[in-house]
Structures are given as C-alpha cells and as structure tokens.
Design a protein around this ligand. Sequence first.
Ligand code: NAD
Ligand code: MG
Length: 392
Amino acid sequence: MKKVALLGATGSIGDSTCAILRKHPEHFKLYAISAHSNWQKALKLIQEFKPRHVVVTSQESHRAIQQAIKPGLTELHFGANALDALVQEPEVDMVVAGIVGSAGMSSVLAATHAGKTLLLANKESIVAAGALVMPLAKKTGAQIIPLDSEHNALYQCLPQDYQTGSRPKQVSHLTLTASGGPFWSKPLSEFEAITPAQAVAHPQWDMGAKISVDSATLMNKGLEVIEAHWLFQMPEKDIKVVVHPQSTIHSLVHYIDGSVLAQLGTPDMQIPISYGLGMRDRLSNGGAFLDLIALSRLDFLAPDEAKFPCLALARAAIKSGGTAAVILNAVNEISVAAFLSKQIKFMDIPKINAAIMDRFEIAQVESLAQITAIDQEVRALAQQMILQGKTS
Ligand code: NAD
Ligand code: MG
C-alpha cells in the first residue's frame, strides 16, 4: 500500500490521478491532498477519500473548508509552507506534483530534498529550477518520474533501469510530438481574432486553462523541450519537435543504430499517470484502447515558427542557460493570464515574452530564493508593461 500526496488535487491532473486511485484501492491510499481556490471540489475529495492531511493555499478556501469539516479524521493546514512540510512527511511514499505554474516549485524541491518518489506533472518547476532539482535528486536518491505525456512516453521507451537525471545510453536524439493545439492549420492572418474560449478548447486533450493556452501558442512544447533537456540530460539540438495532430504517438526515442521506439495510446492522461503510480508496472485504468483502423492515418508536420514564436524563445532560453528559463516561465505565466482575462491579444503573448526576455540580465542559477525573487521581479515588470499597453 503506497501513501500518495496529491498536490493540485482539484485540477485536471488531480482528476486523472483520483480516477486511477479509485480503481486500485488495494495499492494506494490518498494520504494527503492540496487545493487552492476550488474548495467545493476539495470538500468532495475529503468526503470521498478521507485523507489524513489537507493543505489549502487560498485563505478564503481555507476558511470555507475549516467551517465545513468535522475535526478528527482530517488535519487541515494553510499556506505554501505547509505544502513543503507535507511532502517531507515520513509517511508519504509518493508525491504527485499537479499544481500549475511556479506555485508548485517549492514543493517539488522539498519533495526532492526528502528523497521522495516524485511523479512530476508540474513542468514549470523543472523549467525554472531544473538546475537545482536534478542534482538534488541525484544526491538524495529522489526518483523523478515524468507524468507529462511526452516525457512519460520517452521514459517508457528507455530501458527499465533508466532513471531520469542521466543521459540515456545509446540514444542519438529524442522527438517530442506536439498536437499543434487548435490553431496549427489556421492562417496567421486570422490569429488577431483568436479568443480565450477558442484557445482553451484543445482538440485532443482536456486540460487546465494555462496549459491549454500554452498548447495553442506552442509555448507548452517549448517548456517541454526545456523539461526534456533537464530530465534526460540531452542538449537542445538533440530534442526535435514534430507537429502530430492526432496526438497518438506521444514521443519517440531514436537510438544510435537507427531504431526508433515510440509510445502510442489514446490522448488520456490516465495512461502516463498509471505508469508513474505503478512505477513502471502496468495498471489497468479503464480507458479506451487505441483503434488503429478508426484512426486510419498519422500525420507529421514541421512546426511553423512564424505562427508560433514561443518555441524558438524556449530553445533560445536553453542556449542562454542560467536564469533565462526562469524569466521565460515567469513572463509567460503573466502573459497567458492577461490573455485569458482579455487584457491582451493572442499574438501579444509571444511579443511580451520576447520583450521581457530581452530586458533581463541572465545570471547563474543559485538557489530557490534567487529564482523566486527573479520570478517576482519579472511578473511585476510584465504586469506593468501590460497595464501600460506596451506589448512589444
Ligand atoms: P489545472 O488548472 O486544472 O489545476 C491546477 C491545480 O493547481 C489546481 O488543483 C489548483 O488548486 C492548484 N493551484 C493553482 N494555483 C495555485 C497556487 N497559487 N498555489 C497552490 N496551488 C495552486 O491545471 P492542470 O491542467 O491539472 O495542470 C497542472 C500541471 O500539470 C501544470 O503544470 C501542467 O503544465 C501540467 N500538465 C498537465 C496536463 C493535463 O493534462 N492537464 C498534462 C501535462 C502536464
Ligand atoms: Mg505534454
């Protein structure tokens, strides 16, 4: 019986994780959850799973949950520091990092510090703090299993004894597939009129708002190139990206002899999460099986850099190194939020991201405190730019 701490339990990754835990009560106990603003959903999860600990990071939700639960079974905690303490609890066997954005960074580092098995969905933490997380995992023995479907696919195509944080042997390069989001076939002339509702309506995956917009700009693929660079210790030039609108091949490992191993499946996050929770053992999850005849074809295209400049920004951030990815990740969180609240247009996202990248000096990554300070500084400047209408 593995005790699981599920951070971001009320989100999309939280839903898929809970769906698997429900099917395997003999293997897993949902020991702890975290929630932010959706206290109603958190209450339902508390009633259903009766976790020992609940961490709530929004004051309003904390108050609402405190009034609603009976003291006894579940201990309620408040704030980001409580997240860090929770993942370090000796009772916790596995941490599922399902918080969105750099809000999930500190708890990812804390879990790594405690040497936990870390099932990583929160890509932003690796993008910004990979230079801290990966060496720390080596030191503490923390096993980092990627849940992001592409990275999980790569992990599935590597030998059973492969552990993230080292360059896989006999591998020439990696290919990450991208669905292309909702706009890969839309002409650039129509990008001006893209609305938040169109951008979050992903054709293949059902995900949270931020990652859906990132998929539409291809920033998501850019963040994933950075994530792959850290997890698999591969140089940027050896991480290729191909647009594959059917989202059936989730990624490919190219071995030095020309063999290519790929992982295929329906676009369902239960598959990578099952593989993570099973720690490479296969768990049934009740999802649909792939029907090749119904699918009939698989398409591949080169990403269009004029329509999707965010991908090149991410590649440039790897080449610059140091805090470049911290800056890109932080500004992107702000520009995506501004687009979702209709303060800026779709194509302002790459413009603001690029403008802020140009404005900041790049330093060596030293500590979480330094990354957090830069993250805050970038957010403040990006917000100021947006308020002043200076989007380029
Ligand atoms: P979501 O918006 O559905 O859920 C986000 C979760 O984060 C919620 O539980 C929320 O309570 C929590 N949260 C939000 N702000 C917070 C804060 N300030 N402090 C603490 N907690 C906070 O997002 P999602 O789609 O589940 O994505 C979660 C992460 O997983 C992201 O990093 C995303 O890139 C990654 N991911 C998601 C998918 C997917 O299919 N949804 C696939 C691959 C990777
Ligand atoms: Mg992905």
